[in-house]
Design a protein around this ligand. Structure first.
Ligand code: NAI
Length: 546
């Protein structure tokens, strides 16, 4: 998948190339052959010995933000050691390199900024985007994650500080699915920010004016997408953390002609649908028995409902009936047809019901089997709501997906305690296991990292021209099927992150199969697709240079 290293480097240049640098692990022979003698302390350390230092330094840090800074610094020095650390300690590292700590890192990006990573395209670059992309030194780009920073996690507009998100997501592509780091390109399109605090911050790294919108914005994104097609024709473009008006618009504009998807809409949908499939393995019910009440009719909520509806239709339910299984509450109450304030993506989910903001009465009428929280508003799953769900369901499904942890609709502890331990619970950001009445409950983390890296790998290996919803449906099923009986019995609805590479490999296979079945693949189908997928995955171990 990657031809890196393509350049021969030696001496100080080699030590300063994070994709090649092994630091004190360069052997005696390598030190002689590569003019490294004297540039390193005399003792040769193994990768395991280096790891001791990494872990000890990291665990001594008292704040998660300090841990984030320390890990990014390692990524800037020695990517192989960085990915070894992530992969071998995923449950410890993931909350640092991704949500929730990455949210904090984005908020403090100006303060913690050390060295740039990725490509920054600004509104001032109109007409020159291709030239800027050509400055990226690596030409074998396969995955681009791009944001405009307008809706970072549940934290709102963080402008150019949002770069932490593409950087973090691409680290997960490499850690979880083995996309080679040299094939990953983080991009931030800085069109300004409406965040007054950032505009006044002397350390803010982005353009110091309000967001440009309308035609000028659309033209800049068009120029970016076209330039990517020309410079990196094999690249997958993942749109990430755009505000919902742009997210839906851009997805609908490009999805039929460009190798692209929106993770907040489609990746979230797949991970949540997979959680629902797993909950059915626990409750013994079928998907067609489900009624879902969504809090939040944005990218995440309507994306999930769209995929649930596809899954119901695939099980033989007429689409009109499937739509009646997904009700939405937004900041103004129940999403119903008589409302005049609904935008396009919400209209498709409006029900024929009376307008109301009384959630308990909605629960009485609709009798949901599951609550899906994607509102970005903490505390919205109140005690009375959780108790009511327990009255009408033996095992209420409660997904508090808003990120970071501080924004979750309820905590894991609340979900278990207020349902008497009967909730099948998942959150977007991690919660620790909860001890309730002598029993330990392991909350599921509906982390998109279960889905997008595997889908991306399947797209890259097959060279799929597009990323259709069928791939996310297949990914959701594959993820739920990957759960073992023992894991289910332990109350898990997602496999432990320690199995992420195995899971991603299965999802990549399912995704690539869809590309071949739908005639979207541009790479001829090999006889041994599973082996080809495994061989394409980057393994963070040092290779000998001599
Ligand atoms: P969005 O801005 O597109 O939508 C938010 C929606 O919540 C809007 O429809 C708004 O009207 C509604 N809302 C606001 N206050 C509400 C309230 N009190 N009650 C009910 N609805 C309310 O945002 P998006 O992209 O849908 O993300 C929402 C949240 O979901 C964020 O916190 C995000 O981090 C999280 N998310 C979680 C994922 C995961 O767990 N895997 C993946 C993607 C997003």
């Amino acid at each position: 998948m990657s031809n890196y290293p393509t350049l021969f480097r030696s001496g100080s240049d080699l030590l300063h190339d994070p994709l090649l640098n092994k630091g004190t692990a360069f052997s005696e022979q390598e030190r002689d052959a590569l003019s490294l003698r004297g540039l390193l302390p005399p003792r040769v350390l193994s990768q395991d010995e280096q790891m001791l230092r990494v872990l000890r330094n990291l665990r001594e840090k008292s704040s998660d933000l300090d841990k984030y800074v320390s890990l990014i610094a390692l990524q800037d020095r020695n990517e192989i050691l960085f990915y070894r650390a992530i992969l071998d300690h995923l449950e410890e590292m993931m909350p640092i390199i991704y949500t929730p700590t990455v949210g904090l890192a984005c908020q403090e990006y100006g303060q913690i900024f050390r060295r740039p990573r990725g490509i920054f395209i600004s509104a001032n670059d109109k007409g020159h985007v291709a030239r800027i992309l050509a400055n990226w030194p690596l030409k074998e780009v396969r995955v681009i994650v791009v944001t405009d920073g307008e809706r970072i996690l549940g934290l709102g507009d963080l402008g150019a500080n949002g770069m932490g998100i593409p950087v973090g997501k691409l680290s997960l592509y490499t850690a979880c699915a083995g996309i080679h780091p040299s094939a990953c390109l983080p991009v931030t399109i800085d069109v300004g920010t409406d965040n007054e605090k950032l505009l006044k911050d002397p350390l803010y790294i982005g353009l110091q004016h309000k967001r440009i919108r309308g035609e000028a914005y659309d033209a800049l994104i068009d120029e970016f997408v076209e330039a990517v097609q020309r410079l990196f024709p094999q690249a997958l473009i993942q749109f990430e953390d755009f505000a919902n008006h742009n997210a839906f618009k851009l997805l609908n504009k490009y999805r039929h002609g460009v190798r692209t998807f929106n993770d907040d809409i489609q990746g979230t949908a797949a991970v949540a649908l997979s959680g629902i499939y797993s909950s059915l393995r626990i409750t013994g019910k079928s998907l067609t028995d489900q009624r879902l009440l969504f809090f939040g009719a944005g990218e995440a909520g309507t994306g999930i409902a769209g995929l649930v509806i596809r899954a119901l239709v695939a099980e033989g339910m007429p689409e009109a009936d499937a739509r009646k299984r997904c009700w939405f509450l937004d900041s103004k109450g129940l999403v119903v047809k008589s409302r005049t304030d609904l935008t396009g993506h919400k209209l498709a989910f409006a029900q024929d019901a009376a307008p109301t903001a009384d959630i308990l009465s909605v629960i009485d009428t609709f009798r949901p089997t599951a609550l899906i929280g994607a509102s970005g508003k903490p505390g919205t799953f109140t005690e009375s709501i959780l108790r009511k769900m327990t009255e009408i369901n033996e095992r209420p499904v409660i997904f508090a997906l808003s990120n970071p942890t501080s924004q979750a609709e309820c905590t894991a502890e609340e979900a278990y305690r207020l349902t008497g331990g009967r909730a099948v619970f998942a959150s977007g950001s991690p919660f620790r296991p909860v001890l309730f009445e002598g029993q330990t409950f392991t909350p599921g983390q509906g982390n998109n990292a279960y889905i997008f890296p595997g889908v991306g790998l399947g797209v890259v290996v097959s060279g799929s021209r597009l990323v259709p919803d069928e791939m996310f449906l297949a990914a959701a099923r594959t993820l739920a099927d990957a759960l073992t009986q023992e894991e289910l019995e332990a109350g898990r609805i997602y496999p432990p992150l320690t199995r992420i590479r195995e899971v991603s490999t299965r999802i990549a296979l399912a995704t690539a199969e869809i590309a071949y079945d739908l005639g979207l693949a541009t790479v001829p189908k090999p006889d041994n697709l599973p082996a080809v997928i495994k061989a394409a995955m980057f393994d963070p171990v040092y290779k000998s240079f001599v």
